[in-house]
Design a binder for this molecule. Structure first.
Ligand code: NAI
Length: 248
């Protein structure tokens, strides 16, 4: 029996990257997995097949997480298709970096909408289901910059700080209904998002990490599995930094 056998997970932005790694790990532990992404193209279909190959039910849904109405619709569809939603991972996220002086209103609005409002949308739609079940684990994908800030990322850092406060507030509001909410704050993880960085910037980052390596998506998936499972049944309202010791 896996750690998540009998549970259904819904993960946003999981066609690739960290979300996909979480989906695969959850499936290995026996969870049925619903995931969303902006489009479900060949890549998304391949992800769906990889998850299903672990012997669980898997389905990808095309949906813009920043859109309130689309989110309500997709959550209702997932509930109809899977029967329950026990685990919600708010993972969809983007960066539109720039120094404050040069940041446009559009850069600010897009990052807040996709990273922060999306989590409100999904929590709003999923918590009535979780409240009826008297059981749920919500995981917000934050970032170490949401705890410590980062020059050139004021929009992204603010959105990630918001995700942390959102998790803590939900933990307080809904703990009595059996719902836990936590945040993961990844450091430097090797994905498409960080592959875009120039080599010298990457080297500089790794020098600041006591474990002297970038994180792998599996490093995040392992912590997400812990937070999703009953192994963490007395853990709520926490932020777990998964960053090789970069920030203490
Ligand atoms: P990624 O760019 O590889 O994957 C993000 C996924 O979200 C993509 O599949 C994308 O299509 C999807 N997405 C984007 N906008 C969406 C929307 N409006 N609706 C639905 N899906 C949408 O990124 P990665 O690296 O896997 O990041 C995943 C999460 O982890 C993000 O929230 C990111 O901010 C966070 N994170 C990543 C770190 C890293 O070093 N890679 C560090 C800290 C946090």
């Amino acid at each position: 029996m896996g750690l998540l056998t009998g549970k259904t997970a819904l993960i946003t932005g999981a066609a690739r990257g960290i979300g996909k790694a979480i989906a695969l790990k959850f499936a290995e532990e026996g969870a049925n997995v619903a995931f969303t992404d902006l489009v479900i193209d060949e890549n998304g279909k391949a992800t769906e097949a990889e998850i299903a190959a672990k012997g669980v039910k898997a389905k990808g849904y095309a949906s813009n997480a920043a859109d309130f109405a689309q989110t309500e619709e997709v959550v209702n569809q997932v509930k109809a298709d899977f029967g329950s939603i026990d685990i919600l991972v708010n993972n969809a996220g983007i960066t539109k970096d720039g120094l404050m002086m040069r940041m446009s209103e559009a850069q600010w609005d897009a990052v807040i909408a996709v990273n922060l409002k999306s989590a409100f949308n999904f929590i709003h739609a999923c918590t009535p289901i979780m409240m009826r079940q008297r059981n749920g684990s919500i995981i917000n994908m934050a970032s170490v910059v949401g705890v410590h800030g980062n020059a050139g990322q004021c929009n992204y850092a603010a959105s990630k700080a918001g995700l942390i406060a959102l998790a803590k507030s939900i933990a307080q509001e809904l703990g009595s209904r059996g719902i836990r909410a936590n945040a993961i704050a990844p450091g430097f993880i090797e994905t498409a998002m960080t592959a875009a960085l120039p080599d010298d910037v990457r080297k500089e980052w790794v020098q600041k990490i006591p474990l002297r390596r970038g994180g792998q998506t599996e490093d995040i998936a392992n912590v997400a599995t812990f937070l999703a499972s009953d192994m963490s049944s007395y853990v709520s309202g926490q932020v777990i930094q998964v960053d090789g010791g970069m920030n203490m």
